[in-house]
Design a protein around this ligand. Structure first.
Ligand code: SAM
Length: 222
């Protein structure tokens, strides 16, 4: 509980800092914004602890397919390369700015512009779907999780920027200039997971802003 209170404090401070830094203006799908450039800087450490945990989860002998849903500038791909992960990668993002940066950074890789709430892929298209620091920014995370389950054959990895709230209420924050920055209730999220035909595990780790991040691994039941 003590740690969760510290997390609350850290996230409020970080929201205040980013609001000041961004002049309160931020849109996911606007190109050439300083705000997006700031965000890109914050996303680009392929070696942070959360990414190391994800790499450990992806260690396999055989090559596999992976959708990085809400890929940003695709730092995940750098991370997988560091870990020698044998992945056939596709990145998807709503923002043309992010997709353009990702394509520039990784010319050989496949990127698609699209929305995580309505993925442009048939059922069972990928072995693994990763949603890293994405659900927090959606109006309704349930649609995105169901879509991830639909297109994945095996597992879905959901990395929440900060550990979910240990009570029944979600804190939905609409940034006044155009994006959600939600902090969800763990009780609600777990109840939602239990309503799906899956099993899941959860692990926590240190995030890059000193907060505790929480990673869910959803396994489809066949
Ligand atoms: C905080 S960034 C995380 C990026 C990346 N997953 C990472 O960990 O570095 C959130 C990303 O989600 C994307 N995004 C937000 N809403 C989205 C949506 N509805 N569909 C697809 N991408 C979305 C944003 O454009 C942004 O690139």
């Amino acid at each position: 509980m003590k740690e969760t209170l510290k997390d609350v404090y850290l996230i409020i401070k970080s929201l205040q800092r980013s609001a000041v830094k961004n002049g309160g203006r931020f849109y996911w799908d606007v190109a050439n914004s300083d705000n997006l450039a700031n965000l890109v800087n914050r996303l680009s450490n392929p070696n942070n602890r959360e990414r190391q945990v994800i790499r450990e989860l992806l260690q396999r002998e055989h090559p596999f397919t992976l959708l990085d849903a809400g890929c940003g500038v695709a730092t995940e791909l750098s991370s997988y390369r560091i870990g020698n992960i044998k992945v056939n990668y596709v990145g998807l993002d709503k923002s043309s700015y992010m997709i353009a940066k990702a394509k520039k950074g990784y010319p050989g890789a496949k990127f698609v512009r699209g929305e995580v709430e309505s993925l442009p892929f048939p059922d069972d298209s990928f072995d693994v779907v990763v949603l890293r620091h994405v659900l927090e920014h959606l109006e309704n995370y349930k649609t995105a999780v169901k879509e991830a389950l639909r297109v994945s054959r095996e597992i879905i990895i959901i990395d929440f920027f900060h550990r979910l709230l240990p009570f029944g209420l979600s804190w939905k924050i609409w940034d006044k200039d155009g994006y959600w920055n939600n902090w969800y209730s763990k009780t609600e999220f777990v109840r939602f997971l239990q309503s799906l035909n899956i099993s899941y595990k959860v692990t926590t780790t240190k995030g890059n802003s000193g907060q505790t991040a929480e990673i869910y691994i959803l396994e489809k039941r066949v």
